[in-house]
Design a protein around this ligand. Structure first.
Ligand code: ATP
Length: 204
């Protein structure tokens, strides 16, 4: 088994997330990709995050017709901040079948990985599939290797897809009443409208 994991805030899930999951799935021949919404992201403590029930509901809608994409609510059910290293260790320990884990992250996040909790253990537990993110430089693997020895052997640097989509931009557009139909699946756009999400101005 080869399992991809895409962790994130998913506030909201967007076409960029779906594209990187699909690209990683086909490029790495993954059996499945698990979307893993964060409960209380420690990196985004400076802004309010939509309730987990909305973020999870939008993910369920976006993934409903994609049999190879799964949803894990493990982190949202856990009270307090969760860390990727602990979640991946737990997923591996509780998986029905032994599986190689490919943690999918944007180039933006790979550069910050040495400052995550227990990064040495994280790279022992999984591979990292690093996908490009417009506006961010290709990760400097030499620099990363000095910060976290061993990381280069665990990183697969991907060159596709390149989609300039962020949840921040979507929240800002929705707050201004601008169209977001090109950026999120239609079912997610409908959920945002029907539930009045992102109506106030988001600054970041
Ligand atoms: P926000 O704008 O609220 O910070 P986001 O769009 O970055 O949100 P997250 O849920 O934080 O979305 O992202 C989850 C993961 O997906 C991260 O590893 C992030 O780097 C990656 N990611 C999100 N959007 C893209 C994109 N357009 N291209 C490549 N990677 C992306």
């Amino acid at each position: 088994m080869k399992t991809g994991i895409l962790g994130g805030t998913f506030d909201p899930v967007h076409n960029g997330h779906l594209a990187i999951a699909e690209e990683a799935r086909s490029y790495l021949n993954l059996d499945e990709v698990i979307f893993l919404p964060a409960g209380q992201p420690w990196m985004k403590a400076d802004r309010s995050i939509s309730p987990a029930r909305d973020r999870v509901a939008m993910l369920r809608l976006a993934l409903q017709d994609k049999p190879r994409f799964k949803l894990s609510t493990m982190e949202v059910e856990y009270e307090g901040p969760s860390y990727s290293v602990d979640t991946i260790a737990q997923l591996k320990a509780t998986a029905a079948e032994a599986s190689d884990i490919y943690f999918i992250i944007g180039w933006d996040n790979l550069n910050k990985l040495p400052r995550w909790k227990d990064p040495g253990r994280l790279i022992e537990l999984c591979f990292l599939a690093a996908v490009p993110r417009p506006g961010y430089d290709r990760p400097n693997m030499k620099k990363l290797e000095t910060e976290l020895p061993g990381i280069s052997k665990k990183v697969i640097l991907m060159d596709e897809p390149r989609l300039d989509i962020s949840a921040t931009d979507i929240r800002n557009k929705a707050a201004q009443g601008l169209p977001i139909g090109q950026l999120v699946p239609a079912v997610v756009e409908k959920y945002i409208k029907e539930n009045g999400l992102y109506q106030k101005k988001w600054d970041n």
